[in-house]
Design a protein around this ligand. Structure first.
Ligand code: ADP
Ligand code: MG
Length: 267
């Protein structure tokens, strides 16, 4: 735990995970995916979580994002235990505090890019509700932020993969999240486009101060973040930085490219 807390550099953590266990039950089989993990993430960190396929990266991200509450132990974000939030508090947390970005973009193909980006306004309640004009102004702002204001009227199906992911990121930015949770955000993109998306995340982190947590198979993506945690055998490990890393084979799809076993400990 000490090693994982070092990432907070003395600042209060935005995310505190304590003794978190998560199992899936299928009939009589129990698959204990996360086995008592601890993690601190500081406000303003740019962090990646790596690990082999099936190691529990998405499971952990869903717990932190309030998409799954069926675990034991504690997940605290911004000083609040997610288990203690009432349903409305949890949906506010998901809609306002967190911006989600996924591998498959999840854009609605029959809507324009502008309509996709403005979707979070439809789910707003209370002081989050925006008048139509304000919502469209905000949508134009975030489209400009990802460099795609000129595609506002187009449908996502007319865009490249990288452009679609930018639209998804614009939608995630709409409600000014303090935390971006990204699950294999470059998994469907070629290397160069993936690097551009990570650069966009870096800019959002450094310029807008958004805490960015990226779950990825791809060592090239994780190397671009400021800190990397490895999940393996249900436990978290600090991933050494700056040492030797094996590059995945050029032709392998990203999903198959996770290195087997732990990385060398050279710093
Ligand atoms: P990763 O994102 O690292 O590939 P996941 O968190 O998706 O891993 O899955 C971790 C393990 O939990 C895998 O063995 C997977 O099969 C299992 N798992 C994930 N979701 C479910 C589910 N809804 N029901 C049963 N098992 C699941
Ligand atoms: Mg996953």
């Amino acid at each position: 735990m000490d090693a994982l807390q070092r990432g907070c550099y003395g600042r209060p953590p935005m995310i505190r995970v304590r003794d978190m266990h998560k199992s899936y039950r299928t009939g009589k089989l129990v698959n204990e995916v996360l086995r008592g993990i601890d993690l601190d993430v500081a406000d303003g960190e740019f962090l990646s979580i790596v690990g082999p396929s099936g190691s529990g990266k998405t499971t952990l991200l869903h717990a932190i994002g309030g998409l799954d509450s069926d675990y034991t132990g504690k997940v605290e974000v911004d000083g609040k235990d997610l288990h203690d939030l009432p349903d409305t508090g949890l949906s506010n947390y998901r809609n306002r505090f967190v911006g989600f970005v996924f591998q498959s973009f999840y854009l609605l193909p029959h809507l324009t890019c502008m309509e996709n980006v403005v979707l979070p306004a439809l789910f707003a309640r209370g002081d989050g509700v925006l008048a139509d004009d304000a919502a469209h102004t905000r949508a134009r702002e975030v489209l400009a932020h990802v460099g795609l204001e000129d595609r506002a009227r187009d449908r996502p199906t007319t865009l490249s993969g990288g452009q679609r992911q930018r639209i998804a990121i614009a939608r995630a930015l709409f409600n000014r999240p303090r935390l971006m949770l990204c699950d294999e955000p470059t998994g469907n993109l070629d290397t160069k486009t993936g690097a551009q998306i990570v650069e966009l995340f870096r800019r959002l982190n450094k310029d807008a101060g958004i805490t960015v947590l990226i779950v990825t198979h791809d060592p090239r993506i994780s190397q671009a973040t400021d800190r990397t945690i490895r999940v393996e055998d249900g436990q978290l490990f600090d991933e050494p930085r700056g040492g030797f890393r094996r590059e995945p084979p050029e032709v392998a799809p990203v999903d198959e490219a996770a290195p087997a076993g732990k990385q060398g400990a050279a710093r």
